[in-house]
Design a protein around this ligand. Structure first.
Ligand SMILES: Nc1nc2c(ncn2[C@@H]2O[C@H](COP(=O)(O)OP(=O)(O)OP(=O)(O)O)[C@@H](O)[C@H]2O)c(=O)[nH]1
Ligand SMILES: [Mg+2]
Length: 469
């Protein structure tokens, strides 16, 4: 399936813009060698080089002026990333050198590549399927070790294999139904309903597993939002600093020190978190502080995990308990989790008052720590990890995790079709009806690997890429 514009040759800078040791430019398309040869002077024409040849030479513009010393790498179709003829030129990594080289290639007949166009060509030429192409973008955007591992896994085809297994079950079920259709005219009514149902059931189970994994998958991609909240001076900023292992936020013994929201990234157990320090919640008279508190409330409302801090060296007040319960209830309503953090245990306080109130706190997990001595931090981190992964299971090598919204929605639609098919089966409808639902379920799931796709889907997917990929 070669679209019209696939006959042109595209060029782009593949490395980040800026100064570096080297920059790499990529050329891909039927005229890649011809265009590179217009400027490359390295003793042998690139068009005559074998696949995987590296040659050192000069690159000249049309006036014979040397732009730079380059290394040219030759990839011959179909054994390149895109499946087309590809030349990669490594030049010295200055912005001016790189831009000049690119502009020269464009004047020699190449077209500036769109974002993701190299990967799109790889997909269109059958080098990778759509799920793998998307994994390339995820890999580049990965912000945590877990996200990186799962996209690498997907790039190697793990999700596609899983999808193919599901498709096999659906094809088998369709095959059985078609058998019935073929023989219906001859008066047979011998569809083996139980076999059809068994195949569909297996497909639904496998789809369910993938849908479940999406919860963990979202966490890998977007990170989990942790919000620190509590009264002034309880040690929120101290905890932020302790978790980040740097003095990011100002800490003083003056209540109301933090006024604006502070947001930082943090990795715990290979999972990405954004952690937000907020202004302490109290009745404020000062306009600036009041605005800070308003923002705190807004932030608390978006946290996946809210750490509600109290100063455990102070006597417990009924108000604090009420506040903890109130926040926990609100957070829970949104599907989040509130953890009560009893801070300043280094002051040798008696925890009994808090422990005695745990009945009041009905089900809010409580962890004692000292932001000052860091004691209890590991327990807290562990609790946070447990919350994130509860039910979903930690990412294990070999496990397929759905991280992509598009895949998730295709799986949901496919499941809908299958549930309908099972209904029709129970109602004793004819094979034709059931086959219709099965086919639509098959189409939905095929969108993931891209065997069924539309230009619109493709455009949206590849727009996420950087230029040069
Ligand atoms: N002994 C002890 N002191 C702590 C601990 N955590 C924080 N503090 C002290 O408590 C005071 C307030 O700490 P902050 O981290 O600024 O408190 P905060 O909750 O951010 O306060 P606001 O920004 O005003 O809302 C500072 O003097 C800290 O040194 C702790 O675990 N033990
Ligand atoms: Mg603070």
């Amino acid at each position: 399936m070669l679209l019209a514009h696939e006959s042109d040759t595209i060029a782009a800078i593949a490395t980040p813009i800026g100064e570096g040791g080297i920059s790499v430019l990529r050329l891909s398309g039927p005229r890649a060698f011809e265009i590179a040869d217009k400027g490359f002077r390295g003793g042998q024409k690139l068009s005559e080089c074998a696949h995987l040849t590296a040659r050192v030479g000069k690159f000249e513009d049309e006036g014979g002026r040397t732009i730079d010393q380059v290394v040219a790498l030759v990839f011959r179709n179909p054994n390149s990333y895109t499946g087309e003829d590809v030349v990669e030129l490594s030049c010295h990594g200055g912005m001016l050198v790189t831009r000049t080289l690119l502009e020269t290639l464009l004047r020699f007949g190449a077209r500036q590549a769109d974002p993701g166009e190299f990967t799109k060509r790889a997909f269109l030429n059958g080098k990778i399927d759509l799920a793998q192409a998307e994994a390339v973008a995820d890999l580049i955007h990965a912000r945590s070790a877990a996200a990186y591992r799962s996209s690498l896994h997907q790039l190697q085809g793990s999700l596609s294999q899983q999808i193919n297994r599901i498709k096999d079950h659906l094809m088998d079920a369709l095959g059985l139904l078609e058998l019935e259709l073929d023989f219906a005219e001859e008066g047979y009514e011998f569809i083996d309903k139980e076999k059809v149902r068994a195949e569909i059931d297996k497909a639904v189970q496998q789809i369910d597993r993938l849908i479940d994994s999406y919860r963990v998958g979202r966490v890998y991609r977007e990170g989990v939002k942790i919000v620190l909240a509590g009264a002034p001076n309880v040690g929120k900023s101290s905890l932020l600093n302790a978790l980040l292992e740097e003095n990011r936020a100002i800490v003083t013994d003056i209540p109301g020190t933090t006024r604006d929201i502070i947001e930082e990234n943090l990795s715990i157990g290979g999972i990405l978190f954004t952690i937000t320090d907020t202004a302490g919640i109290r009745e404020a008279t000062d306009l600036v502080e009041r605005e800070g508190i308003r923002r705190t409330e807004e932030k608390v409302a978006t946290g996946d995990i809210v750490l509600f801090l109290v100063d455990a060296s102070e006597p417990v007040s009924a108000e604090q308990i009420e506040q903890a319960k109130d926040i926990s209830r609100k957070v829970k309503q949104r599907g989040g989790t509130c953890i009560l953090v009893l801070n300043k245990i280094d002051l040798g306080v008696n925890m009994d008052p808090w422990v005695k109130r745990t009945d009041d706190l009905a089900g809010i997990p409580a962890i004692s720590i000292s932001a000052k001595t860091h004691s209890g931090l590991d327990v807290l981190k562990n609790e946070i990890l447990q919350v994130v992964l509860q039910g979903g299971g930690m990412y294990q090598d070999g496990a397929v995790v759905v991280t992509n919204t598009r895949h998730h929605s295709a799986l949901m639609r496919s499941k809908e079709g299958l549930i309908k098919a099972l209904d029709s089966l129970s109602q004793g409808l004819t094979g034709e009806f059931i086959a219709l639902d099965l086919r639509s379920a098959l189409d939905s799931i095929s969108e993931i690997s891209g065997s069924v796709t539309t230009d619109d889907i493709l455009n949206r997917i590849f727009a996420r890429f950087c230029i040069g990929k």
